[in-house]
Ligand binder design. Structure first.
Ligand SMILES: *[C@@H]1O[C@H](CO)[C@@H](O)[C@H](O)[C@H]1NC(C)=O
Ligand SMILES: *[C@@H]1O[C@H](CO)[C@@H](O)[C@H](O)[C@H]1NC(C)=O
Ligand SMILES: *[C@@H]1O[C@H](CO)[C@@H](O)[C@H](O)[C@H]1NC(C)=O
Length: 836
């Protein structure tokens, strides 16, 4: 379980910072405010004394004008002081001295004691078992287990019996709340792409897009992620300001959907809150506005130049105003204010406020940037205009230029993905070893989600750290990458990312144990058919309308387009995946006929690389089916499928074989009602060899599937209700039972596949099985069956004779394939496979 360290928002507003915060602020700049106060008192006093005299010489109107101007001058001088106050640095002090500014009695109202915990404190594992005391939304003390027993009478005491406790996980890049689940056009508010505003929108604030009711928030919290930085999207060169939130719905005293109550710095005065700017380089702004990289660079530099001019104007005005104010001369004050009121914008430039604050070092700059040339260019802009880059996000090529990044001296954090990649040119250098490489060069690494889709669900942030660790990012750094590193990078580590300052020794995991398993099988969306899924030049292309006219001679066969090479093949080998099934790249309803291929990279289509030419006939129904012009509704897709079945029952063609059950008919489907349609089809055509693929809603009709004897290739073992058709999908433990547990209990025959925009997750095939099996109470053998034997049985594949030797249990993170044998000819198909 995860505690949120210093601020875990157990229900509630958190208490605030403390009475201590304001006093620290005062200590920081003792002189300026004090002298201003003295001056104000003096001047007001003088004015009072002089008032009767003025009354003889000046009209009441004039007096009012000068007092009004004085008030305005003071208000603007107050702003001048704010411009020049550096952001507060809160020291990370003893937990005991802290309070939580968000706390209210509606939140944690009793002392909580977690006994016998194994604690990772943000830096490392504390040695031995500990008892942790939490009060009013903060960590108050940590004792060696049993050392202390006098806890508050009404304390809630939980015995963890050795379970793990970490600081609440910190995700420094998410879009939930701005794009709530399920996805609907009406509520997507992350990218301002209006032609009137264009690619420079630093003045926007994501807080204006946040809806305090996104149900994904609770799903995310259930993965231990208690804090997220919500950022604008990356369509714009400058996208606007981000906002830190706690992942808890309705945390306020009135328990309503109030955005302010969700903010991490709720309870901290607005002017003292952390600010974050989202920027972007490379493909996204280029695609959106049709500029080149050099065009984007100029747009940014021109904007920065203007912001710098305005900042200098602000400074000049503030200096002059201070001098006039200090003179105490009412006439000159009047004159100064009269002349500067002609220039209404002398200090307030709302449109440039964020950029000016950025030049003053008051905003953390977070930049979506993938490629070496984009880092280099952005670094050069930062040096030209004098701003510091807090983090490069996504940054899948950062591992290629760690020294360049380090040489900036800006201590730039790389906020990245552990594995998600290949989906576009910018993601093509994705490297599973990147975390280790960056760490070896002393570059701070944080893992982050980019949450809104199932594939980037923030709930599984810890999975990314675990994946990085399995590719040799040391254990403590891997855990830091989702706790203290993002907290420090965001300069909010006095509140989050740590449980205490205590440090102690780490633990070692011994992997010296061999395991043997059959070669695993992956069911893929694109393996061998697309290298960078969003770049058509690298892909076989999508199936068009050819088959929708029902003529079997128009069917598309993946075996005619497959290439047995590519980056994802390397990742498949890392996991002991020796075979894969790839359908043609679907474009809605019609998917064509899939092919069975070997992943060793040692075979071609001429010498055994294709182990089965025709595997199954594929269709898609539900929202996926209506992406084509000829199928305009979900019901039309179901009708078309019924028509194909009824027209071909007796025919000697591939459809006929599917209808009489001698060839599998795989239907990609998510929603439970669409699944029920398919159950009805199976009832009408009992011979049909119907297999479901996808199945976000399958657990909701598990008994019906079992009765109908319809098997499932589940792609949603860690699914998410990210779209409307999946809105009832179970979020999984701890919020609900796991889909695998329900399917298994109902007796549905199922296997697992991991699909996404590309095959960048394919190396986690056994881990995915392990996760599903853990919650479904399956044995290790049954777990591996989910990604081998079950798939063979469901699709009628010949049982593989491939086998794989691992060091370590393949069901644990960090196991490696030592050697694998090709069962068809006994050759070594892989030996210590390596991949990025
Ligand atoms: C928890 O720790 C106490 C000592 O503090 C010990 O008596 C107890 O057996 C422990 N419980 C478990 C489940 O380890
Ligand atoms: C650099 O940033 C990382 C992550 O924010 C932090 O842990 C580290 O202390 C920083 N190093 C320096 C020298 O500031
Ligand atoms: C199914 O149909 C195909 C094509 O008409 C035929 O060749 C095959 O023998 C049939 N199989 C069964 C089990 O009926």
């Amino acid at each position: 379980m995860a505690c949120s360290p210093l601020d875990y928002g157990l229900g509630g507003k958190s208490n605030n910072a403390s009475p201590a915060a304001p006093s620290r602020l005062r200590r920081y700049y003792p002189k300026a405010p004090l002298s201003v106060i003295v001056l104000v008192v003096l001047v007001l006093g003088v004015q009072f004394l002089l008032l009767p005299r003025y009354m003889y010489h000046q009209s009441t109107n004039e007096i009012n004008v000068s007092r009004f101007q004085l008030d305005r001058l003071d208000a603007r001088l107050q702003k001048c002081a704010e411009y020049n106050t550096p952001p507060i640095k809160y020291p990370v002090t003893q937990a005991q001295s802290r309070t939580n500014p968000r706390w209210s009695p509606a939140g944690q109202n009793k002392v909580i004691v977690l006994k016998n915990a194994t604690l990772f404190d943000g830096e490392s594992f504390v040695s031995g078992s500990v008892d942790i005391v939490l009060n009013k939304g903060v960590f108050v003390s940590i004792f060696k287990s049993g050392e202390h027993s006098a806890f508050a009478q009404d304390a809630v005491i939980l015995d963890l019996a050795g379970k793990y406790v970490t600081p609440g996980l910190v995700d420094m890049h998410s879009h939930h709340l701005a794009i709530p689940w399920p996805a609907l056009k009406a509520t997507r508010d992350e990218n301002e792409m209006h032609p009137d505003t264009g690619p420079m929108t630093p003045q926007l604030r994501i807080v204006d897009s946040i809806k305090g009711y996104d149900l994904a928030t609770e799903v995310i919290a259930s993965g231990g992620v208690t804090t997220s930085l919500i950022l604008p999207g990356s369509a714009n060169i400058m996208g606007g300001e981000g906002m830190l939130v706690k992942n808890i719905l309705k945390p306020g005293e009135n328990s309503e959907f109030v955005v302010e109550d969700m903010l991490l710095e709720h309870g901290v005065p607005k002017e003292n809150r952390r600010r974050f700017m989202k920027m972007a380089c490379g493909e996204n702004p280029k695609r959106q506005y049709g500029h080149t990289r050099m065009g984007n660079a100029w747009i940014l530099r021109k904007h920065m130049e203007r912001a710098k001019e305005l900042m200098e104007k602000q400074d000049a005005w503030c200096l002059q105003a201070t001098a006039v104010r200090e003179s105490g001369n009412i006439a000159s004050i009047s004159e100064f204010m009269a002349s500067s009121s002609k220039d209404e914008s002398a200090t307030d430039f709302l449109e440039y406020d964020s950029t000016i604050a950025m030049l003053r070092g008051k905003i953390g700059i977070n930049i979506h940037c993938y490629e070496p040339e984009d880092f280099e260019d952005m670094i050069s802009h930062s040096q030209e205009f004098g701003f510091r880059i807090q983090a490069f996000h996504h940054a899948l090529s950062a591992w290629e230029v760690p020294e360049m990044i380090k040489a900036t001296g800006q201590n730039i954090t790389i906020a990245t993905f552990a594995e998600f990649g290949f989906f576009k040119k910018e993601g093509y250098e994705s490297n599973l070893w990147a975390g280790k490489i960056l760490a070896n060069h002393g570059v701070p690494v944080a893992y982050k989600s980019d949450h809104v889709t199932e594939e980037t669900s923030a709930k599984y942030l810890l999975f990314q750290a675990a994946t990085a660790h399995s590719f040799h990012l040391p254990e403590d750094l891997a855990l830091q990458s989702v706790t203290s590193v993002p907290a420090k990078s965001l300069e909010i580590d006095h509140r989050i990312g740590y449980c205490s300052a205590t440090t102690a020794g780490g633990t070692n995991i011994n992997l010296q144990n061999g395991h043997v398993s059959p070669g695993l099988t992956a069911i893929s969306n694109s393996l061998g058919l697309a290298e960078i899924t969003t770049d058509p030049a690298t892909s076989d292309g999508k199936v068009g309308q050819e088959g929708v006219n029902l003529d079997p001679k128009d069917l598309v066969f993946a075996k005619y387009g497959v290439h047995l090479e590519g980056k994802a093949f390397g990742r498949a080998r890392l996991a002991g995946v020796t075979r894969a099934i790839s359908p043609p790249m679907a474009n809605g309803f019609n998917g064509g006929v899939s092919v069975g291929i070997k992943t060793s990279g040692k075979k071609t289509i001429l010498n055994g690389g294709i182990f089965q030419g025709d595997v199954a006939l594929h269709f898609g129904v539900g929202q996926v089916s209506i992406k084509t012009d000829s199928i305009s509704s979900v019901s039309a897709g179901i009708s078309k499928l019924r028509q194909i079945i009824s027209d071909n029952g007796e025919k000697d063609n591939i459809y006929g074989r599917a209808v009489n059950g001698s060839f599998p008919l795989v239907v990609n489907v998510e929603n439970e009602y669409d699944i029920m349609q398919l159950i009805q089809i199976k009832q009408d055509y009992p011979d049909l060899n119907l297999v479901l693929f996808g199945g976000s809603g399958a657990a909701l009709v598990a008994n019906e599937l079992a009765t109908a004897k319809i098997p499932l290739i589940l792609t949603a073992a860690r699914g998410a209700a990210d779209t409307f058709e999946k809105r009832n999908a179970l979020p999984g433990p701890p919020l609900s039972e796991s889909p695998a547990a329900i399917l298994s209990a109902a007796g549905v025959k199922f296997g697992l596949a991991i699909v996404g925009e590309s095959d960048s997750h394919i190396h986690n095939t056994p881990i995915e099985a392990s996760w599903a099996a853990k919650y479904a109470g399956l044995s290790d053998k049954q777990a591996l069956d989910l990604v081998s034997r079950n798939l063979e049985e469901i699709l009628g594949l010949e049982k593989t004779k491939d086998f794989v030797v691992y060091e370590g249990n393949p069901l644990d993170f960090g196991a490696s394939v030592v050697v694998a044998f090709d069962g068809d000819d006994g050759s070594v198909s892989m030996c210590w496979p390596e991949s990025t």
